[in-house]
Design a protein around this ligand. Structure first.
Ligand code: GTP
Ligand code: MG
Length: 458
């Protein structure tokens, strides 16, 4: 399949200053010769001088000139795809680019599929799978910090960590295999020593990458924090107090807030999208129901639920419902109206979640609340260094599965009573899971999933 010569418009649709047609594959030179007429008659369009911009005319389907363009050739294997690549830079009008693409297709190319250029870079060994994913992230990045994150992945941040892990796993697997196949020659495998190596060289780095995912992402991309609670407990008051401005309407009437409102706030150093929502309660009515639905939808996406209770009254049925609804989520509980009497025993309400007495009205306990929210979001971990790579969700899941397989192997080796065959199975599983991230021996389904995120032309 990668012997086909492929072509695609590599620049976004619409009018632009320049547009790029990209061609990759063994026939790239021949296709270029049909599409491009160099101004310098001494130059051969099928074998342009490497990596030099050459001026000339682009020829459409019937060989008529459609634009004045620059062509550049990247000879194999020193190109992005590791194949022969020719790029034509034309004026960026959609009509020009479409006719160039049509001419390329008529000249023997096939239209590239999404991500196919990068797929070839991966197949050619120019990028590993985590770097290919980083390319997709970089293209999709909307903010500087997202782009920075992707760039760290592209320069091989994750590969640098995973390379030694793969080496340790491969060595351990080979040692265990040898012990199974040649029990006489290898004597007994030194289980505890091998276990110790695996723990230090594979398990610990893997767990570190997995643990880093959540906090790294929160530090770099920010977090969605959703205020929730029954009507009238002071969610909007707390929202305003944390923002330091009167953004949401506050009244003594229950059911004041109907829609979800979102604002940015810095809580404990973390950039948060702080969201005020309608009270989650039992009262009927279409508008209230819509407000509650919006609140639930936000809660479903929240990185952290900031549950607000009224510290001045005992827990109601509605409070218990809110507490039950947020039970599985990361949460911090604010017992508001602490300026009024404490009417109930706070500590039991949160079932382990941090619970703080605050007063939105008097500005009491707000700094500590913000700090607690920030700590809960980052797990108390420091901000990642600029070049540090952070795994994507898919990568973190595969690495977590890899880590648990390594853990089983380590336990088996330590116990020594466990058959080497079982340890060998765990190590094979660990290597397969690692392959889903670094792409070595990765199954097609994984590779397809990675390249599906791409646009055509990349
Ligand atoms: N004493 C006291 N009253 C407060 C405090 N915070 C809020 N209130 C009062 O509680 C009432 C309700 O406040 P809101 O902020 O509108 O409550 P809410 O949870 O947003 O209410 P809904 O939007 O209706 O769900 C208002 O009268 C506030 O002045 C506090 O810390 N202490
Ligand atoms: Mg409100």
């Amino acid at each position: 399949m990668d012997q086909d010569t492929i072509a695609a418009i590599a620049t976004p649709a619409g009018a632009g200053g320049i547009g790029i047609l990209r061609i990759s594959g063994p026939q790239a030179g021949e296709v270029a010769a049909r599409l491009f007429l160099p101004r310098d008659p001494r130059l051969d369009a099928s074998a342009l001088p490497p990596r030099r911009l050459v001026l000339g005319q682009a020829l459409g389907k019937q060989g008529r000139a459609v634009d004045q363009v620059l062509a550049v050739r990247f000879p194999a294997p020193h190109s992005y795809t590791t194949q022969e690549v020719v790029e034509l830079q034309s004026h960026g009008g959609p009509a020009v680019l479409q006719s160039l693409l049509a001419a390329a297709l008529a000249g023997g190319c096939r239209l590239a599929r999404p991500g196919e250029f990068t797929l070839r870079a991966y197949l050619g060994g120019r990028l590993d799978l985590s770097q290919a994913e980083a390319v997709a992230q970089l293209i999709a990045a909307q903010s500087e910090s997202e782009a920075g994150l992707a760039m760290a992945g592209l320069t091989g941040g994750l590969s640098q960590v995973l390379g030694p892990v793969r080496a340790a796993l491969t060595l351990a697997a080979a040692t265990v295999e040898a012990a199974i196949d040649f029990p006489e020659e290898t004597a007994e495998i030194a289980g505890p020593a091998l276990a110790e190596d695996l723990r230090r060289l594979a398990l610990e780095p893997l767990l570190k990458v997995v643990a880093r995912r959540q906090s790294g992402r929160v530090w770099r991309e920010g977090a969605l924090v959703v205020l929730c609670g029954r009507p009238n407990v002071g969610k909007s008051s707390l929202f305003n107090a944390l923002l330091g401005q009167n953004r949401a309407i506050v009244t003594p009437t229950a059911g004041t807030t109907r829609d979800a409102i979102e604002e940015s706030a810095l809580l404990g150093g973390v950039v948060c999208r702080l969201t005020d929502t309608a009270g989650l309660g039992l009262e009927p009515g279409e508008l209230e129901a819509l407000g509650r639905a919006a609140a639930r939808e936000r809660l479903g996406r929240a990185d952290l639920a900031l549950v607000v209770l009224d510290g001045g009254t005992t827990l109601t049925e509605e409070d218990r419902e809110v507490l039950a609804a947020t039970k599985g989520a990361k949460r911090v509980i604010a017992a508001n109206k602490a300026d009024l009497n404490d009417a109930w025993d706070l500590e039991t309400a949160g079932e382990g979640a941090p619970i703080l007495r605050v007063s939105a009205k008097q500005g009491m306990g707000l700094e500590e609340l913000a700090r607690t929210v920030g700590e809960a979001l980052t797990g108390g971990q420091a901000e990642p260094a600029p070049g540090e790579a952070v795994a994507s969700k898919r990568q973190a899941e595969a690495l977590a599965a890899c880590a648990s397989a390594v853990e089983r192997a380590v336990e088996g080796l330590e116990a020594q009573s466990i058959a080497a065959e079982l340890v060998s199975v765990d190590l094979a599983e660990a290597l397969a899971r690692l392959g889903e991230v670094d792409g070595q021996d990765a199954p097609d389904s994984v590779i397809d999933a990675v390249f599906e995120q791409f646009c055509v032309g990349k």
